[in-house]
Design a protein around this ligand. Structure first.
Ligand code: ADP
Ligand code: MG
Length: 773
């Protein structure tokens, strides 16, 4: 048995195994060995349902059933109930005031329950237990593997991430068989020995044994440290490669002067915040370089990112007024009179909003602005009325963009369609950048008109934007190749500078990892004079007063959001289905029992993007008063008339996600309110939620989340696909910095990892699994 053997050559796999393994990206034995446990269970701690004692705290595993929700007949308090059985017995479960629970799990699911045994010894029940769905019951203590171990301390067993088709148990047994088959002897460690020594990490063989078949808790910790380091290291290598490649490309050098910028910003109705001013300066400094900028602008909702975008776009659109300082040293063409800017937003509503803001910012200048979306094209100014925008045909707009007459083009995904090409695209701005894939962003970066390029050079372009930079710097022969198409490259092969913007504040360690290829600008300060949102942490008993407060706003002609609780479920499809169900049910309940006189709408991730956008448009047009939604409510969408948000099951969200959600209502000039309703009334939970009412910024909350609960709670982490270990690593700034230092060094000496094939393979696998964007 060898690490690179396909699993299928040693194990009999049926179709469901194969599909599942493919989903987990496990093909070879080595891939399987790198599928690390997410946690350990201690068999000694599991209790059997039959042996529970009234008054004690219990952790049980079993199959759940009989789920339903009813009301107590006196108090009208909702009760969810059901039962759990584990083979030894069955016990009743009751949740008070948590009507959502029965909707979150389905009969027949395997669950882990932790709670108090109440009632009488004849009629015991578990009251308000915490519930977690699990794929499979744990390996029980009579399992052959744990029998006859002799010394009694081997009660830890690993639990693996599973998908439909392979269970944690199957993974466990298969790995143990690989160990027995002698695969460990064939392993070589991708990490060099010096690195292991330097950071005091176990070698691969030892670490694998320690993590998959632990004898002691310390062993698992040491092994986890190694794999955590390794994961962050590979991510860093990928990011540093990306960075090195992009910074090897050419860009339009944009020179500007301070008084010229001041002329523009002095017209604003407000003074720039110190943070906005700094971000603008950082960007303008990058523009002076011959290589493209890659920068992330992070700032809370309302921190004023659009003004930064507009000011820097202005610098680009007017740069022909200035001679580049280094003009004579470059192959810069004589006339690139109008450099161009593309500004991409994830939804049509947002793109239109930006278009309107830009019109205001540029009204006094002879600079045309275009808007392109799926449903039409506009140009400002109109020939007829220079104060207004006019709709024009797509063909006309594209023609003007291609010949350079429109210096600023704003749009949705429509911007990256094949038919769109620019004359001199020098600057790309992407709003809410996490909503786009890396590929989409890359496509936008390649939008300069291909008109004078032959077949061959456009080939070079598409497969690798990225390889060209590499060739130029690593192979001496490339200079000729470069010269051959010099005319083209000099003009069209320049990469635009890139500004990605996001309203999702993330802690520094995470930024270093996830955005390792980008420079960072922070808007960590809000414009003065904003009315801060009033946030109240409320319990179930206060539900009525919350509805009253909402009604007051609705009566004043405002709108509201109701966010349904997060539902954790290992299978994403199942999760979306359950969420959709709970949104529909809650909307119906509110319509029937509370807000009969208002118009309700729903929004959840089972809906198509078109349906979602349609609903948002109706909400924006005030055809909907209350929008009941999952946490998918479009990030960044501005419905200024919405002033209240009620978040159900608030304790299930991370603080930064709660912050993100309440950001939906802080766009208004009216006082905004956020009600975070917690189903749990434990002091710890309430204390954590209190931070929401007191924290000064999203950054503060994100750091707090990371420290308190792990990055799993951070907004967006789940989509990124980092493993639990990677997340653990991210809590450790020293580890992240060490991994970054090592990765930078490695990329510096071996950009394409030609001399490090084992690392290259792991990096490839990791880049495929992660969606860090
Ligand atoms: P976001 O960062 O969420 O994209 P916007 O750029 O949309 O924020 O700005 C939100 C609002 O704040 C806009 O109406 C904008 O005109 C205003 N604004 C931006 N910067 C400032 C500032 N420095 N002082 C006061 N208001 C500002
Ligand atoms: Mg914005």
């Amino acid at each position: 048995m060898h690490q690179h053997d396909l699993l299928a050559t040693h194990f009999r796999l049926d179709e469901s195994h194969k599909t599942a393994l493919k989903k987990l990206r496990i093909a070879t034995i080595a891939d399987l060995l790198y599928h690390l446990p997410t946690r350990y269970e201690d068999i000694a701690a599991i209790q059997s349902v039959g042996g529970l004692i009234v008054g004690s705290d219990a952790v049980v595993y079993g199959k759940i059933g009989g789920l339903k929700t009813r009301k107590t007949w006196k108090g009208r308090r909702p009760i969810s109930e059901g039962w759990v059985e584990d083979g030894s017995a069955r016990i009743k479960i009751m949740w008070f005031n948590q009507p959502y629970i029965a909707k979150m799990v389905v009969d027949g699911a395997y669950v882990k329950l932790a709670g108090k045994v109440s009632g009488t010894q004849d009629k015991p029940y578990l009251s308000n237990p915490e519930i977690e769905t699990i794929g499979e019951l744990p390996i029980d203590r009579h399992d052959s593997l744990f029998k006859d171990t002799g010394n009694g301390d081997e009660t830890l067993y690993p639990v693996y991430r599973e998908v439909k088709g392979v269970t944690s148990k199957w993974i466990f047994h298969t790995i143990q068989k690989c160990f027995k088959g002698g695969v460990l002897e064939t392993l070589s460690d991708p990490l060099p020995e010096e690195m292991l020594k330097k950071y005091n990490l176990p070698n691969l063989r030892t670490a694998l044994v320690w993590i998959h078949a632990p004898k002691k808790a310390e062993h698992t910790a040491s092994a986890r440290k190694r794999f955590a380091f390794e994961e962050v290291f590979y991510i860093q290598v990928a990011k540093q490669q990306e960075r090195a490649r992009v910074s090897g490309e050419d860009a339009y050098q944009i020179h500007t002067e301070a008084p010229h910028i001041k002329e523009f910003t002095d017209r604003f109705a407000f003074a720039l915040t110190r943070a906005q001013d700094k971000a603008i300066r950082e960007i303008l400094e990058n523009f002076e370089n011959l290589h493209p900028m890659s920068r992330l602008l992070e700032g809370d909702v309302g921190s004023g990112k659009t003004a930064v975008a507009a000011t820097t776009a202005y610098a680009v659109a007017t740069s022909h007024r200035f001679k580049s300082k280094t003009l004579k040293h470059t192959m810069m063409p004589e006339s690139f009179a109008n450099l161009q800017v593309a500004y991409m937003a994830p939804t049509e509503i947002l793109a239109k909003q930006h278009f309107e803001s830009f019109i205001q910012y540029f009204a006094h200048l002879p600079i045309s602005i275009g808007l392109i979306t799926g449903s039409g094209c506009f140009k400002y100014p109109s020939k007829v009325d220079p104060k207004k925008a006019t709709d024009i045909s797509r063909a006309q707009l594209l023609k003007w963009v291609k010949n350079g007459e429109i210096p600023i083009l704003i749009g949705t995904h429509a911007l990256i369609q094949k038919t769109v090409s620019f004359k001199h695209l020098a600057y790309v701005i992407i709003d809410e950048q996490h909503r786009f894939g890396t590929n989409q962003r890359r496509l936008l970066a390649r939008k300069n008109s291909p008109q004078e390029r032959d077949e061959k050079s456009s080939d070079t372009r598409s497969q690798g934007a990225r390889t060209r930079g590499v060739l130029v710097r690593t192979t001496s022969g490339t200079k000729d190749a470069g010269d051959k198409v010099a005319g083209d490259f000099a003009r069209a092969e320049r990469l635009p500078h890139l500004l990605s913007m996001t309203a999702t504040p993330i802690p520094r360690t995470l930024a270093l990892t996830v955005y390792g290829d980008l420079d960072l600008s922070l808007l960590d300060e809000m414009p003065v004079g904003r009315k801060p949102i009033i946030t109240r942490i409320v319990k179930n008993a206060e539900r009525k007063s919350v509805y009253d407060a909402m009604r007051t706003e609705l009566q004043a002609g405002r709108q509201a959001y109701v966010i349904c609780p997060r539902i954790d479920e290992p299978d994403p499809d199942m999760m979306m289905a359950l969420q959709a169900k709970s949104v529909k049910a809650e909307a119906e309940r509110l319509k029937k029992e509370v807000f009969q006189e208002y118009r309700l709408g729903i929004l959840h991730s089972k809906m198509s993007p078109i349906e979602k956008e349609k609903t948002m448009k109706r909400f924006l047009a005030h055809e909907i008063d209350i929008l009941v939604a999952t946490s998918v409510v479009e990030v960044g969408v501005n419905v200024p008339n919405a002033t209240v948000i009620l978040i159900e099951g608030a304790e299930r969200f991370g603080l930064s996600q709660l912050h993100q959600l309440r950001g939906r209502v802080i766009r208004s000039n009216n006082q905004a309110y956020c009600f975070a309703l917690s189903e749990s009334e434990s002091d710890k939970t309430l204390a954590r939620l209190k931070a929401l009412a007191t924290a000064k910024s999203g950054f503060e909350l994100a750091e707090y989340d990371l420290a308190q609960r792990g990055s799993g709670e951070l907004y967006g982490m789940r989509q990124w696909g980092l493993t639990d270990l990677g997340m653990e690593a991210i809590r450790n700034i020293k580890m992240v910095e060490a991994a970054r230092t090592e990765a930078t060094h490695l990329v510096h000496i071996d950009l394409d990892l030609i001399h490090h094939p084992l690392i290259a393979r792991r990096v490839k696998i990791i880049s495929e699994t992660l969606h860090l964007e």
